[in-house]
Design a protein. Structure first.
Length: 308
């Protein structure tokens, strides 16, 4: 099955009250773990690549790894650029085989965000590629994007309909309290569901996206810390909150940190228990299985299992 865009995928998700897992890919083992988990759950899948991943693994390698995944399964798979920071990187991914791109101009004033987003939309749509944008800012860190909590701005519902109409964008990442990284909350976790409901009513039927939505499971953090890691006080978005959002207008949920925790914790454990081990297959294989386990768990609470 060839790569697909997300339009039909999101339409089914919106109408079915579930969300699609969008998992970040950085190397072969992570990709295999994601795809194997989705296959076992028969779930549609978004594989997303950040600017940092493109720099680390290189665009050509990633595209061909995804092509290999397509040859091993018959799931509908979207290849998505996560957090494209300018027109140039979005153009390269559109021209380089991606079926979906995100232009993140949320750091700019509203009108400049509209202008840059529309520039990407016009180019991408002409090539049959869908576009995600962002309105509002998330706290935390994603690659080279850093927004402190003080500067984090929740999405203004009053701007959403205007932004969608002026840009022609296909989906929109909104800020309602999630954040990038492993340290999402200092106090009690809280998402602004009233804000999400207002946005949903203003753009009925339009797919929304949640970034920074890893749940940072305590068992994965503990495993990292028990075997030499230093990740104190990490807290994520409770799974029940993400599940609630996926029953509303949220059709895509981004997950990256949890995959990193599972992989790193597993490798740390193997090194600690087997200090003489130096065969990468002996620690990357179990790490891949740990990624698969996380993906299967995410698919269950997003409700997209069996929807491929």
């Amino acid at each position: 099955m060839p790569l697909v865009g997300s339009k039909e995928m999101f339409k089914k998700a919106y109408e079915g009250n579930y969300a699609i897992g969008a998992f970040n890919v950085n190397d072969m083992e992570i990709l295999q773990g994601i795809v194997d988990g989705a296959k076992e759950e028969n779930a549609p899948l978004i594989l997303q690549v950040s600017a940092g991943a493109r720099k680390y693994a290189r665009h050509e390698y990633l595209v061909h790894l995804v092509q290999a995944a397509l040859e091993t399964c018959d799931l509908p798979i979207v290849l998505h650029l996560d957090h494209g920071e300018d027109f140039d990187i979005c153009k390269k991914c559109v021209d380089g085989g991606f079926t979906s791109v995100m232009i993140d101009a949320s750091k700019y004033p509203f009108e400049e965000n509209v202008r840059l987003t529309k520039q990407v939309v016009d180019y991408a749509h002409d090539k049959g590629v869908v576009v995600e944008a962002e309105l509002g800012k998330l706290a935390g860190v994603e690659d080279n994007i850093s927004v402190t909590e003080k500067d984090a701005i929740f999405t203004d519902p009053a701007q959403v309909a205007e932004f969608v109409a002026k840009t022609g964008v296909d989906s929109l990442a909104v800020a309602i309290g999630t954040s990038h990284g492993a340290y999402k909350f200092k106090g009690e976790p809280k998402l602004d569901f009233d804000r999400l409901e207002k946005i949903q009513k203003l753009v009925p039927g339009f797919p929304l996206v949640l970034h920074g939505s890893s749940s940072v499971p305590e068992d994965l953090v503990k495993m990292c810390n028990d075997y030499g890691g230093q990740i104190p006080g990490a807290r994520g978005v409770p799974e029940e909150m993400i599940s609630q959002a996926s029953k509303m207008a949220v059709c895509k949920v981004n997950i990256d940190t949890d995959l990193r925790l599972a992989m790193t914790g597993t490798i740390r454990r193997i090194f600690a228990e087997n200090p003489s081990e130096f065969d990468p297959r002996k620690y990357l294989g179990p790490a891949r299985d740990a990624v698969k386990t996380v993906v299967k768990r995410k698919i269950k609470y997003l409700g997209c299992g069996g929807k491929a």
